[in-house]
Design a protein around this ligand. Structure first.
Ligand code: CU
Length: 178
């Protein structure tokens, strides 16, 4: 019974450490969300962030008035809505940035893209040192983020994660054989 209690504590510590090491969740447009009112400059919104593989974007909008189309680079620049790569239309849509590169999103409703409802999310190839997360960035609760070693504060977190994992395994093995 005591052992089970200790195991629970370890599990809690482990999952907490894990929670802080994963990708961040970014709500596109912060408090305004995905909209044309509020005059959000989505390009400066995006350039103020350092996205990483494993991060999640959340698009919040009224599905009667907006949607989210992932499009190619040329379609992004010309606001062409005819050939989307993906469409999101629930009004509370999340997208996980699974690989490096550019992610282009536009709204296909009349004139919205032309009015600036478009965002270019760039996920750098290399694991960038994470800026101190501010604003809408909150730790995410599923799937691993990148844990590539780099001389940054996040490498300390990664180290913590690995240590935590190692200790948990040692602890579990110890418990099984005793
Ligand atoms: Cu729209």
């Amino acid at each position: 019974m005591v052992k089970r209690g200790i195991l629970m504590v370890w599990f809690l510590i482990f999952t907490t450490v894990l929670g802080f090491c994963k990708g961040f969740v970014y709500k596109v447009g912060d408090s305004v969300g995905w909209n044309v009112v509020g005059n959000v400059d989505y390009s400066s919104w995006a350039s103020s962030k350092t996205f990483q593989v494993g991060d999640t974007l959340i698009f919040e909008f009224d599905p009667k008035d907006h949607n989210v189309l992932q499009v190619s680079r040329p379609d992004f620049h010309s606001c062409n809505t005819a050939a989307p790569i993906a469409t999101y239309a629930t009004g509370n849509d999340s997208v996980v940035l699974r690989r490096p590169g550019h992610y282009y999103y536009i709204c296909s409703f009349g004139g919205h893209c032309q009015a600036g409802q478009k965002v270019d999310i760039r996920v750098p190839k290399n694991h960038q040192p994470a800026e101190s997360p501010i604003g809408s960035a909150v730790p995410k609760a599923s799937s691993f983020g990148p844990l590539a070693p780099s001389p940054s504060p996040s490498s300390g977190e990664a180290l913590m994660l690995h240590n935590g994992l190692f200790l948990l395994l040692v602890f579990l093995v110890f418990n099984v054989f005793n």
